[in-house]
Design a binder for this molecule. Structure first.
Ligand code: BDP
Length: 331
């Protein structure tokens, strides 16, 4: 290659990686690298499923498209990831539905306390017609600027702190970190504590310094984020079962060929199912490792927490009554 051509190719690659789009014209076959991001470390089921999807994508396109994973909050918390995907600085963001509630209001149905009977019920809902409708709705919602590709599992969220929380009265005066969504703060307040909205990227140090007394999450997160080194009592309140989603930058999507879009859709569905298998294995291991590290798993009075959170379901659920009925009827 002549020097001038080299410079051109270099500029095209830089442009391509900036926008996540292939450079046009003679360089249409230019390789593109899509950036993906997750708050969890390599090896965590959500991260691993996207890494595997990237390998399949690379194979199916003869190396034309690949995925580079930025794990462990390298690109910030979930709010930041959503914003980066919206402007096309990032192509794939794997986030909790909790973080998407403020972007697409309807999604808050999934964020309500005790809306799913158990994890199996949640899986039926996301795999079926309601799940598909939501992916479409998210992609078409005005201002979302994201294409929703698929769902992932995230188990059940329980409270962890330095002491046991078995009934609402135990939460009196306790500051508990919740995801940044008013619905969650209301949920914690109704459960008897003081909900504090905070980015996930600030949580570890907040637990360490006592800015909060505890948080709530699934066992894999408690382990992978090392929160168990600070909070050793895990009380099985089971108040939230929130799926995760992975979304794609609409800006990049609009520049893809129909074939590439279809390929990505197909691989996304496969990633959704593959993550589930990874999730089940990792969850089991996480529980064993946490117990071995001295974390106490304590039963809690779920019925009391269910009753205490009824006002939250009444407040947020009123406008989704028909949808909630369909969720309840999903067997
Ligand atoms: C974890 C989710 C992650 C959220 C985190 C949180 O996997 O996406 O950021 O909870 O509480 O379970 O913010």
């Amino acid at each position: 290659m002549k020097r001038r051509d080299l410079i051109r190719a270099g500029a095209a690659t830089a442009l391509a990686s900036l926008s996540g789009l292939p450079a046009g014209g003679a360089l249409a076959q230019q390789k593109v690298v899509w950036k993906a991001s997750d708050v969890h470390p390599l090896g965590y089921p959500t991260v691993e499923a996207i890494v595997r999807m990237g390998k399949k994508l690379e194979a199916a396109t003869n190396g034309r498209i690949s995925i580079q994973m930025f794990p462990a909050m390298q690109l910030g918390g979930e709010k930041e990831m959503i914003e980066q995907a919206q402007v096309g600085a990032l192509q794939i963001a794997r986030i909790s539905v909790g973080a998407m509630g403020p972007v697409v209001d309807d999604l808050n149905v999934f964020n309500m306390p005790f809306v799913f009977r158990d994890e199996a019920h949640m899986r039926k809902v996301i795999d079926g017609p309601i799940g598909n409708e939501f992916l479409e709705r998210m992609s078409n919602a005005p201002g979302s600027r994201l294409i929703a590709l698929g769902w992932m599992d995230s188990g059940t969220r329980n409270i962890y702190a330095k002491k046991a929380v078995t009934a609402p009265a135990d939460l009196k005066g306790m500051k508990i970190r919740m995801m940044g969504n008013p619905l969650f703060v209301d949920t914690m307040n109704a459960m008897g504590g003081n909900g504090v909205a905070m980015g996930f990227n600030e949580l570890y140090s907040a637990l360490q310094t006592g800015v909060v007394d505890g948080a709530e999450n699934n066992p894999p997160t408690l382990l992978a984020q090392n929160h168990y080194t600070v909070s050793k009592v895990y009380s099985l309140t089971g108040h939230l079962i929130i799926p995760e989603i992975f979304v794609f930058s609409k800006r990049t999507w609009d520049g893809l060929s129909k074939e590439d879009q279809a390929l990505l859709r197909k691989l996304s569905r496969e990633a959704q199912m593959e993550q589930r298998t990874l999730w089940d294995a990792y969850s089991g291991e996480a529980e064993t490792k946490l117990k071995a590290a001295g974390v106490q798993f304590v039963p809690a009075d779920k019925a009391a927490f269910y009753k205490a959170t009824q006002p939250v379901r009444d407040k947020y659920g009123a406008k989704y009554a028909a949808l909630i009925k369909r969720i309840e009827e999903t067997k």
